[in-house]
Design a protein around this ligand. Structure first.
Ligand SMILES: *[C@@H]1O[C@H](CO)[C@@H](O)[C@H](O)[C@H]1NC(C)=O
Ligand SMILES: *[C@@H]1O[C@H](CO)[C@@H](O)[C@H](O)[C@H]1NC(C)=O
Length: 159
């Protein structure tokens, strides 16, 4: 399964590079954040589509690894890169509204990179380049740099 998914990344990169057609490819966005903060990477399909019934896949193009996988109606943490374990959430209510929003809790310096999300069935993708600034160390931070990521279960989808 994992290797199939890795192959899929490669295939998709080639497909997205070689094809234009009716695909919705949203322009690359830049986002700047700071170490230790919580961040939301936001993409919206235009026109809006209810995405609850479409798989959407977030990966790091610069690492060739999965960050968050959503199969229709469920999240699949299986193939996720270890560094993102327990730190990512996709709100299913956002998906219903057509928003591909990835929440990353307690951002680390190593999270900086090129994030891509694609919705295979809609032949759509978006790319976000995230840069992470170092948190100032001379202030009175007693907590660890990883912070806490209390994971709330995503709300159940009813339709
Ligand atoms: C990030 O979110 C978690 C809960 O998911 C919370 O405990 C933490 O305080 C938040 N951190 C910041 C810097 O807002
Ligand atoms: C991402 O942004 C950084 C900082 O602006 C830049 O140096 C880097 O080249 C960008 N990467 C890509 C792939 O666009």
């Amino acid at each position: 399964m994992f290797f199939c998914l890795l192959q899929l990344i490669v295939d998709l990169n080639i497909m997205f590079l070689c094809s234009a057609g009716d695909w919705t490819i949203l322009p690359t966005k830049e986002i700047k954040t700071e170490e230790g903060s919580n961040v939301t990477l936001q993409c919206r399909l235009d026109p809006r589509v209810n995405l609850v019934h479409h798989g959407s896949f977030w990966f790091r193009a610069d690492l060739s690894g999965w960050i968050h996988i959503y199969w229709p109606r469920r999240d699949d943490p299986g193939p996720q890169l270890l560094q993102y374990r327990g730190r990512t959430t996709v709100d299913h209510e956002d998906l219903r509204k057509g928003n591909l929003n990835l929440h990353i809790c307690s951002v680390q310096l190593s999270d900086a990179g090129l994030y891509k999300c694609f919705v295979l069935t809609l032949r759509s993708s978006c790319t976000i380049n995230m840069t992470v600034g170092e948190r100032e160390r001379n202030t009175q931070h007693s907590e660890t740099s990883t912070g806490s990521c209390d994971r709330a279960e995503p709300p159940l989808v009813n339709n």
